[in-house]
Design a binder for this molecule. Structure first.
Ligand code: NIG
Ligand code: FE
Length: 399
C-alpha cells in the first residue's frame, strides 16, 4: 500500500467524528501549518507539519487550507426531461403544490423518466454528479423516485448502480407520489413486491417516502417504512416540506436515519428531532428556488439536534449543482455558523446515510478531503457562485 504525505497545508480543518449535535457542531479541530498522511484509501495520521512521519511519497499542496470532503446526503440526480415550463409558471405565481396537483411537477418528470433507458439515465446523470463532486462532494446520496411504475423505478436504481463505478454513491429507493387511482394497492405492492426485490438485489441501502399532503399520508408512510425495516433497509423521510402532517414525528418514532426538508417544522417537531437520534437534514436551495420559509437550522442546533445539509439536487425544487453552495446557503438562510455548516455537510451528512467511516480528518477515516484555493477554510462557507474548491480527493485519489 502506498503512503502519501500531503504537505503545504496552511490549515487542516475538520469536525470531530460524527454525528455531532447541538453546540458540539461548532467544535472544529483546526491545525495550522499541518500535514496529512494517507495510506491507501485511509487517513493514517494528521498533525502539525513539524511532527511529520516518514512516507514514500510527498505531495505539496502549496500552502492552502484542507478540509474534510463534503457528503451530499440528499439528491435526486437521475432524471430525464426538464421543468422549465413549471419554473416559468411558478415564478409567475402558480404554487409548486398546485402544479403537482394538476398532474405536472414531479408527475411530469416521471413521464419523461419512464421513457428513458438505463444508458440514457446514466448519460444524463453523469455531468450532474461531476458538478457535485467538483464542488466538494466526495460521497453523494442519489434517490430513485421518478419511476411511473416498478420497472421504471428499477431502471433508475440500475442507472445509479452503473454510476457507482465512477462515483462514491449511496442509493436510496424513494417512494415519491402515489398513482392517481388505486393508492392502497400501490402501497401494498411497494411494501410486498418492490421493497423485497430492491433489498434482495442490493439496489438500495435505504427507503425514503415523501410524506406530504400531495403525496403519502402518515399511515401509508408507516406501512412502507415498516416493510423497509423488515427487509433490513435503512429508512428516511421527506418531512414537513409544506405541512406538518406528522412525518417528522414518525421518522423519530421509527428510528429513521434522517428527516429531510423541515421548512414547515414548528417547535414540536424541532423538540422531537432534538430528543431523537434522527438527523435533521436541511435543504436551503429549496427555500431559494421555491421561495419557501427556511428550515430553522439555528433553532434545531440550539435545541440539541444533529443537523445535516444537502443540495436536494432535482429539476423541480432545487436545481443546485453545488454541495459547497448548499453549505454556504445554510449559513445565509438557516442561521448556521460556518463551523456548524462544515459539521452539517461532513460527519452529520454521513450519519444521515448511516456512515461513520468518513467526514472527519482523523486516523482510520476514509481519505476524502478538499484542497481549497485559499489559505483560510472559511472561504468554503463564504463564497457564492465561484468555487472555492481546488482539488477533490476521494479515498486518497485526486479526481
Ligand atoms: O425533495 N418534494 C419532493 N421531492 C423533491 C422534489 C422533486 C421534484 O420536484 O421533482 C424535493 O423537493
Ligand atoms: Fe428531495
Amino acid at each position: 500500500m502506498t503512503d502519501t504525505l500531503f504537505t503545504g497545508i496552511s490549515q487542516l480543518v475538520t469536525p470531530q467524528r460524527g454525528p455531532q449535535r447541538g453546540a458540539a457542531m461548532r467544535e472544529l479541530n483546526i491545525i495550522p501549518d499541518a500535514a496529512l498522511l494517507v495510506s491507501g484509501e485511509v487517513i493514517e495520521w494528521v498533525g502539525p507539519a513539524k511532527d511529520v512521519p516518514k512516507a514514500a511519497h510527498t505531495h505539496d499542496l502549496g500552502g492552502v487550507a484542507v478540509v474534510s470532503g463534503l457528503v451530499d446526503p440528499h439528491t435526486h440526480a437521475v432524471w430525464a426531461g426538464d421543468r422549465l415550463a413549471d419554473f416559468e409558471a411558478r415564478v409567475s405565481g402558480v404554487p409548486y403544490e398546485e402544479i403537482l396537483a394538476r398532474g405536472g411537477g414531479i408527475r411530469s418528470t416521471m413521464r419523461s423518466t419512464a421513457k428513458a433507458s438505463v444508458a440514457e439515465l446514466v448519460e444524463l446523470a453523469r455531468p450532474r454528479l461531476q458538478a457535485l463532486r467538483a464542488s466538494g462532494a466526495t460521497t453523494t446520496e442519489v434517490k430513485s423516485g421518478y419511476g411511473l411504475d416498478f420497472p421504471a423505478e428499477l431502471r433508475m436504481l440500475r442507472a445509479i448502480r452503473e454510476l457507482r463505478a465512477e462515483f462514491e454513491l449511496v442509493p436510496t429507493l424513494l417512494i415519491h407520489v402515489p398513482p392517481t387511482q388505486g393508492r392502497a394497492d400501490y402501497v401494498l405492492a411497494v411494501s410486498n413486491e418492490l421493497i423485497p426485490e430492491v433489498a434482495s438485489a442490493g439496489l438500495a441501502t435505504a427507503v425514503d417516502v415523501f410524506c406530504e399532503k400531495e403525496a403519502f399520508d402518515v399511515m401509508e408512510t408507516h406501512t412502507i417504512l415498516a416493510a423497509a425495516k423488515k427487509h433490513g433497509l435503512n429508512i428516511k423521510l421527506h418531512a414537513d416540506q409544506f405541512h406538518t402532517i406528522g412525518g417528522t414525528e414518525l421518522a423519530c418514532k421509527l428510528g429513521a436515519l434522517s428527516a429531510d426538508h423541515l421548512e414547515a417544522s414548528k417547535l414540536k417537531q424541532i423538540r422531537a428531532l432534538a430528543a431523537s437520534k434522527t438527523v435533521a437534514t436541511i435543504l436551503p436551495a429549496v427555500t431559494l428556488h421555491l421561495g419557501l420559509p427556511a428550515a430553522q437550522g439555528r433553532k434545531l442546533i440550539d435545541a440539541g439536534a444533529a443537523v445535516a445539509v444537502g443540495t436536494d439536487l432535482n429539476p423541480g425544487s432545487a436545481p443546485l449543482f453545488s454541495t459547497q453552495l448548499a453549505l454556504a446557503l445554510a449559513v445565509r438562510l438557516c442561521g448556521l455558523t460556518p463551523a456548524e455548516a462544515l459539521t452539517a455537510s461532513t460527519v452529520n451528512a454521513a450519519a444521515a446515510l448511516g456512515l461513520n467511516d468518513r467526514g472527519a480528518l482523523a486516523a482510520g477515516q476514509r481519505a476524502d478531503f478538499l484542497a481549497l484555493h485559499s489559505p483560510d477554510w472559511r472561504d468554503l462557507a463564504y463564497t457564492l457562485g465561484g468555487s472555492p474548491v481546488r482539488d477533490v480527493f476521494v479515498a486518497g485519489v485526486k479526481c
